[in-house]
Design a protein around this ligand. Structure first.
Ligand SMILES: NC(=O)CC[C@H](N)C(=O)O
Length: 310
C-alpha cells in the first residue's frame, strides 16, 4: 500500500542512496550553484490528505531552477489561456539537452518545442502578466505563497545575479526568439525575470506541498479552494511526464513512472494524482543534469511501492 511509506522508511532509504552523494557533479555553469554541499540530501512526501513525512536535511533551502518552469507555465496559462500560450510554445519533447538552441532553427512555424526546455520556458516567463520583471516575479511568488500557504518564500539574490551575469546562452535564445516575435521588448528584462524565477528558494517540505496541490488537481489541500484550474494542472503534469526530466524523460518514465520535474540545483518535484507530492534534493547531477541521489531514491520508492502511473 502506497501510504505504508513511513518516515523511518524514508530515512533508511535516503541513508541507502547517500553513498551516491558524490557520484556526478554539482552544477557550476551558474557559479553560485557550485557552492552547494553534495551532502545536503533530503526528501519529503506530502499526501493529498495533508499528512507529511520527511527525511534528511529537510530544512535546507535550494533554488527551484527548472522546476520553476512548471509553476510559471501554470501561471502563464491562467494569465493568457491555452490558445495564446500554445500559439507561441509547442507541446512536443525534444530529446535534446535543456539549453539546446538546435531545434529552434528547424521547427516551422517558428516556436520553441515545449515549455520545459529553456527556450520555451523563457517565452513562458515573458508571458506572465506584469509590466516589470519585479511585477512578474512578485506575481509568481504570490502564486507560490498561495500554493504552499507560506508567505516567507522568496528568491535568492546571489543565485539570480550569478545566473544573470553568465547566461549568454539564454540571452542568445531570447534574441533568436525576439527576431521571430515569440518575445518582444527588452531581452535583459525577460532574462532578469527568468533568472529570478529560477532562483526562488524553498525546501523539500514546501516543494512537496506544491506537488500535492498538482496531484489534488489544483485544489488547496486544506480548504479545497481551487488555485489552478483542473485542466491546466493536468497540462502541467503531462509536460512533467513527457519533458520533465530533460532528455532522460523517456527512461525516467519507464524506470520510475512518476510525473516529475527536475532542476540543476539537484531538486526533483514529483506529483502523483490521488497520492500526493514528492520532493527530493541532492545537488550532485548526472550527465543530463538530473540529481543522482534523487533519481535513485525515486526509482527505489516507485518500484517498492508501485508508484508508476503506467
Ligand atoms: N535545467 C535547469 O534547471 C536550468 C535552469 C537554469 N536557470 C538555466 O536556465 O540554465
Amino acid at each position: 500500500m502506497k501510504r505504508d511509506i513511513t518516515e523511518t522508511i524514508l530515512e533508511d532509504w535516503l541513508e541507502n542512496v547517500s553513498s551516491f552523494a558524490y557520484d556526478g557533479q554539482v552544477a557550476n555553469y551558474i557559479p553560485a550553484l557550485s557552492k552547494q554541499d553534495p551532502e545536503n540530501l533530503a526528501v519529503a512526501i506530502h499526501y493529498i490528505n495533508g499528512e507529511r513525512i520527511c527525511a534528511g536535511r529537510s530544512d535546507v533551502s535550494f533554488t527551484l531552477q527548472s522546476i520553476s518552469k512548471v509553476i510559471a507555465l501554470a501561471l502563464a496559462l491562467m494569465d493568457n489561456g491555452e490558445d495564446y500560450v500554445f500559439d507561441r510554445v509547442g507541446m512536443e519533447p525534444t530529446g535534446d539537452p535543456f539549453h539546446s538552441i538546435y531545434r529552434l532553427e528547424q521547427h516551422r512555424p517558428f516556436k520553441p518545442l515545449n515549455p520545459m526546455i529553456n527556450a520555451g520556458a523563457l517565452a513562458v516567463s515573458h508571458m506572465i502578466h506584469g509590466d516589470t520583471p519585479e511585477e512578474k516575479v512578485g506575481r509568481l511568488l504570490s502564486f507560490i505563497h498561495e500554493m504552499t500557504d507560506d508567505h516567507s518564500i522568496s528568491y535568492n539574490r546571489e543565485v539570480a545575479s550569478s545566473e544573470f551575469e553568465t547566461a549568454f546562452l539564454n540571452r542568445s535564445l531570447l534574441f533568436y526568439m525576439k527576431q521571430h516575435q515569440i518575445v518582444t521588448g527588452s531581452v535583459e528584462e525577460t532574462l532578469d525575470a527568468y533568472t529570478k524565477q529560477c532562483s526562488i528558494e524553498l525546501n523539500v517540505k514546501q516543494l512537496a506541498r506544491i506537488g500535492a496541490l498538482f496531484a489534488n488537481e489544483g485544489r488547496d489541500l486544506e480548504s479545497g479552494r481551487r488555485i489552478i484550474p483542473k485542466h491546466l494542472a493536468r497540462i502541467c503534469k503531462t509536460f512533467m511526464v513527457t519533458c520533465g526530466m530533460y532528455d532522460a524523460s523517456g527512461s525516467f518514465a519507464i524506470k520510475v513512472g512518476i510525473p516529475a520535474k527536475s532542476g540543476v540545483s539537484g531538486a526533483v518535484l514529483g506529483s502523483l494524482n490521488g497520492f500526493g507530492g514528492i520532493a527530493v534534493y541532492g545537488p550532485s547531477l548526472d550527465e543530463k543534469g538530473n540529481s543522482v541521489v534523487g533519481m535513485r531514491l525515486l526509482e527505489l520508492l516507485s518500484n517498492r511501492y508501485d508508484l508508476s502511473i503506467f
